[in-house]
Design a protein around this ligand. Structure first.
Ligand SMILES: Nc1nc2c(c(=O)[nH]1)N[C@H]1C(S)=C(S)[C@@H](COP(=O)(O)OP(=O)(O)OC[C@H]3O[C@@H](n4cnc5c(N)ncnc54)[C@H](O)[C@@H]3O)O[C@H]1N2
Ligand code: MOO
Length: 406
């Protein structure tokens, strides 16, 4: 007899799994986008190192701001260091990004002066210290700029570049092996020989989700409902990957062999088999030699939802990030009664309007868990917890933003 557990319990079990810290590798900065930084990144210098001009203009002493005219004694282009010194009554033409010349403390922009030969007349005053970028305005030597566990995005790339870190220490990404089981499913391009055969989408949907989450993937393709083939496939997956995912063959049919293979052939430790969620009630999670096996149901919507709910958070965990699923509040446009004592995930459309997320079910198809097309365009999943009440139009509800999955 299957011992069903709640969604919450199933998440707790996966959260408790002890995992080894992944190895660290050095990655060229240009290749490091999306990887997870394996060390705190500390500034090894002040930025800027010296007072620097933030505008094009004339560097002078603040005490000279009330002088009628000032003599321009030199030019100070960005990229070179001017030797001349600003003394009383003189200024140096200085540009955005140039170091402030010695003796100066204020930059008067070119728009604020009239130029007559080698003299300037101030026509609009500025305050003392104007347009001078202070030492360490951007960051200070010794400051932790990027914390270990951060996913490298565009801003991290820029900050690492400004620190001249060409090789970034990152964690090796986890590897996920994916296979779909079923004697009725065909891979891309495979010849159809009878009417009951359908194209497999699951192995490719899940590969795409895992790749998006930054995992390396091993696509193992399709295998028939045959105990030996499934056993062999799972063994190969366990050899090569940190997580092995299968789809199909986990419910109660005569040909649902995946569970038997996991339990009896591999002698894996089953963490749970059966969760009170819709879709995905037959989901099975097991551990073998420190590797996680997740056997998802065959239906396309079920396997996709369950991969999002279970596989992605486990990838985040293996990657050592604090990433989590993008769950936010949204306003629902219709009543939505509670249908069953399960945690239910229903596809809806989401838009951000009038400062809040709003959901509706326009054009969403009703039927079995086979309907993957409900996840096209601007989809989200409405989450109804197992102990939740009937939802009323206008209520704020929890949704999972599918287009913001990382
Ligand atoms: N008597 C019962 N029958 C079923 C139950 C049940 O409790 N009692 N549960 C239903 C639910 S809920 C689900 S979910 C499915 C899960 O079954 P399996 O995981 O064993 O999956 P299959 O039977 O292999 O396939 C289900 C369905 O999905 C299609 N499929 C399979 N693989 C793919 C693929 N790679 N890409 C696209 N579509 C796929 C397959 O043809 C079936 O139509 O069981 C219910 N039955
Ligand atoms: O468990 Mo199934 O995934 O509900 O359709």
């Amino acid at each position: 007899m299957r011992n069903f557990i709640s969604y919450k319990q199933s998440l707790e079990i996966l959260e408790k799994i002890d995992i080894k810290t992944p190895p660290v590798q050095k990655m060229f900065l240009t290749q490091a986008l999306g990887y997870v930084i394996a060390e705190d990144i500390v500034a090894n210098h002040n930025s800027p190192e010296f007072p620097t001009s933030g505008m094009d203009g004339y560097a002078l002493k603040a005490e000279d701001l009330n002088k009628k005219t000032l003599k321009v004694i030199d030019k100070n282009p960005a990229g070179s260091v001017v030797e001349s010194i600003v003394t009383q009554g003189v200024c140096i033409k200085t540009f955005t990004g140039s170091l402030m010349p010695k003796g100066s403390d204020t930059l008067i922009p070119i728009e604020n002066v009239e130029v007559n030969g080698d003299e300037i007349k101030i026509i609009k005053e500025v305050t003392a210290g104007f347009a001078v970028r202070d030492v360490a305005e951007n960051y200070k030597k010794g400051e932790v700029l990027i914390k270990k566990g951060t996913v490298i995005g565009f801003a991290e790339v820029g900050v690492l570049a400004s620190l001249n870190i060409a090789q970034v220490p990152v964690f090796v990404n986890p590897t996920v092996a994916i296979a779909s089981t079923g004697s009725e499913i065909l891979d891309l391009g495979q010849m159809q020989t009878n009417d009951s055969q359908i194209r497999s989408s699951n192995h490719l949907t899940i590969e795409a989700l895992c790749k998006k989450a930054g995992a390396n993937t091993i696509q193992m393709g399709i295998v028939k409902d045959d105990i030996n083939s499934i056993t062999q496939l799972l063994k190969t997956g366990l050899d090569k990957a940190d997580i092995v995912i299968t789809t199909g063959g986990v419910s109660v049919g005569d040909y649902d062999f995946v569970q038997d293979v996991i339990k009896d052939k591999l002698n894996a430790q089953v963490l749970f088999h059966g969760v009170t969620i819709k879709p995905g009630m037959h989901l099975l999670a097991a551990i073998k030699d420190g590797k996680l096996i997740i056997a998802l149901p065959g239906f396309a919507y079920s396997s996709t939802v369950c991969a999002i709910l279970y596989v992605l958070p486990f990838i985040y965990k293996l990657k050592q990030t604090k990433q989590s699923l993008p769950i936010v509040k949204a306003k629902i446009n219709q009543d939505f009664p509670r249908r069953m004592p399960k945690t239910v995930f229903t596809a809806c459309n989401v838009e951000y309007k009038d400062g809040i997320y709003q959901i509706n079910f326009d054009g969403k198809k009703k039927g079995t868990s086979a309907i993957l097309t409900n996840m096209l365009e601007n989809p989200a999943l409405l989450i109804q917890e197992d102990d939740s009440k009937d939802i009323k139009a206008g209520d704020m509800v929890d949704i999972l933003l599918l287009n913001q999955l990382k």
